[in-house]
Design a protein around this ligand. Sequence first.
Ligand code: ANZ
Length: 854
Amino acid sequence: RRAYPFHEIEPKWQHYWEEKKTFRTPDEIDTSKPKFYVLDMFPYPSGVGLHVGHPLGYTATDILARLKRMQGFNVLHPMGWDAFGLPAEQYAIELKLLGFSYDWDREISTTEPDYYKWTQWIFLQLLKRGLAYQAEVPVNWCPALGTVLANEEVVDGVSERGGHPVVRKPMRQWMLKITAYADRLLEDLDGLDWPESVKEMQRNWIGRSEGAELQFSAMDSDGLESDIKITVYTTRPDTIFGATYLVLAPEHVLLPAIIADSQREVVEEYTELASRKSDLERTELQKEKTGVFSGSYARNPANGLAIPIWVADYVLGSYGTGAIMAVPAHDTRDHEFSLKYNIPVCGVVTPENGSFNYREKAYTGDGTMINSSSPTSGLDINGLPSKDAASKVIEWVEKTGCGMKKVNYKLRDWLFARQRYWGEPIPVIFLDGTGECVPVSEAELPLTLPELDDFTPTGTGEPPLAKALSWVQTVDPISGKSAQRETNTMPQWAGSCWYYLRFMDPRNPNALVDKEKEKYWSPVDVYVGGAEHAVLHLLYARFWHKVLYDVGVVSTKEPFQCVINQGIILGEVQYIAFRDSDGNLVSADSVDEMGDISQEIVTKSGDYFVLKDNPDIRLIGRAHKMSKSRGNVVNPDDVVSQYGADSLRLYEMFMGPFSTSGIDGVHRFLARVWRLVVGSPSLDGKYNVGTVDLDGEPSLEQLRCLHRCISKVTEEVEGTRFNTGISAMMEFINAAYKWDKLPRPVIEQFALLLSPYAPHMSEELWSRLGHSTSLAYEPYPTVNPEYLKESTVVLPVQINGKTRGTVQVKKQCTEEDAFGLASSDPKLSKFLDGKTIKKRIFVPAMTKKPGLSM
Ligand code: ANZ
């Protein structure tokens, strides 16, 4: 198994790097050089430590960091920790074992008072700007557990653990006004090099929509308009004539004033039930809609008709105005509801291509307005395209005073308080008597957590910190009045909102970050982490960054120029086929019973997995994440001790599900490199000399081969397509095995190319080739285009069966290239003039009888 002595060389070089502080980024650096800041998201290792999926992103950033150092950049590549009580030392050791080139002198932990002093300082800036405020907001309160639960911890109205009832209850909370930044957060997304999917998730999360607020007057029991006005939010004001009922959210403040006495009991019962559901459950599209009639009516201002007011929980109290005008003909949810409760459907938009059966389903597209004019109100939008009708209705409501144009966001202010011990204390006090909220002065920061023996929740919803009586009881230094400290703490997100700034200047006692350092290092050039952080962390950090920009602490509008999701390493793939009634295996899409199929008898065919000996049988391949519960977790320490860190690093870059055969493959490749340069061990355990020719001059063929490899590897590494970069190096080594001698300049360049991926082996080769210092700052190989020039081929061109001429093409040319050349050649193009080409046959230039015929 020990194809090369990685057991000796890996610890040796890890020790060397640590000792010599090879990857330290000095405090004072030559700022005339370009910079490259490459950052990993914080590791959130589960209780059991790292699994092989974790180092995936870290390997990618490490390759980039090593590459950029060799390309002459000042590189900032730090690592830190974010969880109270995390055994950080243990994880640091695991990361060092993999040879990651972090600057450990900049290691930070967001839970250290020296760090969270500045988290608290940022909170005070938010408070000063009115961006932090207190509010009574409904939270998920579980009386049995005596605690507030996150939305994800509530399922079907009961706690996920224990199944205890959960109610929505208003409680005093700290909120951050992220909504004030909604437009900037949205607009600035455009300039970022982020995965389009992540940007789209942020756009949806912010959820900007343009529409109108419209007022409907409620009617009293005599059918007369009352003073009560119900304001609805709609993105489709064009459909106002189709509004056949209104819906109020069960928590709408006007509801008690609107309910008719006859309906009071049923409505109250319904709202009580609704208070136990989460917003998510209420808005799930598949769930059957429910509601009750309030017993009252409102007047549709467009046509003067009285329409019923319903109460239904598919309308949320927290969005828009908490009330809607329901248009069954054009909204799917309203359609379903109206069928169930027998409410009239009135189509007001027709599709371009004619009529539509609105009773059958809702027509949600654009079209032409019908049934939309009223002599009573004087509004007439019939015949208009629906888009124009929307503006016309807005104009009309603004003129008549019953509505206005309105922009809405899905984004909510950020609930910033937790009732937990482990968290940054919120630096404010409340004066006894008046209850006035006074910020702790900046000079008093950090405000540290008191020691507490018992961290458990109090059972009353009061945070555990309330138990630290002598800490809570304090005096306002300015007024001298007695006061109580805030006992809520900040959520875990807080510390990770700005840590990338602290890495630029981690020990500064006087500022969050030095201005000059910030200017030089900002923004983060590449930020790598899991796609699960697409919204919360990445949005919160952008928000804080923009606030810090307004405060004058940072110089860029955005923190992370480029974000890359590293993907995941899957634990295993499970193949499933089906059996028919005779027990024969059949395609997964046809019938019956399922069963697991062993990986050995499966192969891939086109888009499907099929049985090797019967490709007609299609299987379903299901990939599983690594998880403790599936028992498929592979531990990196085990892989490192069996194959070495370099093999694991290379392997990680191929992604795909974890398999032993995959790691064998990259391990064999490294062993081949080793044998080529160092030789194989002889009986006495010493190494023979490999094929290296220390004084030899490279041949033209060797240089061509090397430069093709440099070109490919550089291109791929810069595009973060690391797997194809590795393939190019494998090809080079295959070619090199056919050479008698391997001249030193060629293999030295190769060692440099390989070093970001397999740094231990490369350092060892480099030193065996006669160098006495690390290769970490050696110039990265550059391509000489002379050696890339392709030989060309003459390609005969046939038109209508006759050879009409030739074009000169590169060997690698594609059909499109060849056709482009042929059709722009005056001699050939005259045969094509005025004709349509029915068929084109291209025989590639690399084959024996190349040609193009049309
Ligand atoms: C009438 C209408 C007719 C609507 C139509 C849609 C289609 P977004 O894009 O999400 O902003 N709505 C408004 N407030 C709501 C609430 N609190 N809970 C549930 N639904 C609510 O969508 C806005 C649309 O969602 C609004 O436009 C409203 O229904 C509904 F053919 O009004 B619409």
